[in-house]
Write a protein that binds this ligand. Sequence first.
Ligand code: UD1
Length: 366
Amino acid sequence: MSLFVSVVGARPQFVKLAPLCRAFDALSGPGVHRILHTGQHYDREMSDLFFEELDIPRPDVDLGIGSGPHGRQTASMLEALEAEFDRSGPDVVIVYGDTNSTLAAALAASKMNIPLCHIEAGLRSFDRSMPEEVNRVVADHCADRLYPPTPLALANLENEGLGDRSVQVGDVMLDAVQYNLRLAEEKSDVESRYGLDGRDYGVVTVHRPINTTPEALSTILGSLEAIAGTGLPLLFPMHPRTRAVLPESHPLADSGILIVEPLGHLDMLKAISGARVVITDSGGLQKEAAFVGTPCVTLRETTEWTETVEIGANVLIGTSPAELKAAVRTALETSSANWQDSIRMHYGDGNSARKIVEDLNDWSGW
Ligand code: UD1
């Protein structure tokens, strides 16, 4: 019997892990799959809440690494992961997405010659100034088995000579959204909690370093105020890094911008599915917005989810928010009917986690 160890550490990875846990439960025996948390995210709203709400088993190990400059954070994880892999002897290490936890686990596994599998492989924004781009390229090239979510991601891997170890089975995020949206409809009261029931509103998230200098954040908030001033309240769940910059940057009383703590995943899904527009610099949220049928305006120059732009669900306006108001106006006139048919073509049928576990069992010879 093989031992598969999933290494996760940051919010978006918990979301991707959940469908894999369900698939391992359904298809493999007990004790086959374990969860190792690096501790990159550690606040309750950024970590524990996700495990509780998404019904993910508690991590078997939490390395408790926490925050720090990227080099030190990655190095601490690498050292701790090597010791942990040495102790527990996984047969296959599974990494997700593109965070520093992904990078550290990919390096640790490949240095120890442990077979490595990368879920959400092959994404490219071609912007090497983002740490996530470097993380995903390194993880892909270390991996022995790659699961690109879309045909374009597979093509990227083929271009880099990695096609023969890649299997395109669709996107585990679509599995997650289909499953969690039903739960969110039942359980989340996010709209009534923030007085948004029956109203048109937008959802905003901003956490990239480039958008969270005091100057950049202040400019973005100015544009958001102008939008909220047109009668479209904006729910802004705030990442701790953004919150740390906020006090000096802008007074917001009565602006129509509702700044709240980071939301759990079910509240976030319910909020974006009820919203008229999502404004974000996140990666995953661009795609979740497309899946739930809400147009997205992205505060970045590039995206690794270029399909969302191609199908008309997302527009990139760069980090200067001068175009934000016009882009939001256009988004408010956009209908998701334009792109719903394209979702299946790019992202599969919502059964990707099952296909991954089936393939992993064959591939690892279990
Ligand atoms: C990380 C990922 C990013 C992902 C994001 C999701 C990398 C390189 N980036 O970015 O791709 O979109 O997670 O949220 O891995 N902090 C807390 N409490 C926490 C976590 C973070 O206060 O629980 C604060 C700390 O001040 C920390 C800062 O947020 O220094 C940044 O956290 P970090 O995990 O390093 O990167 P993220 O910006 O969250």
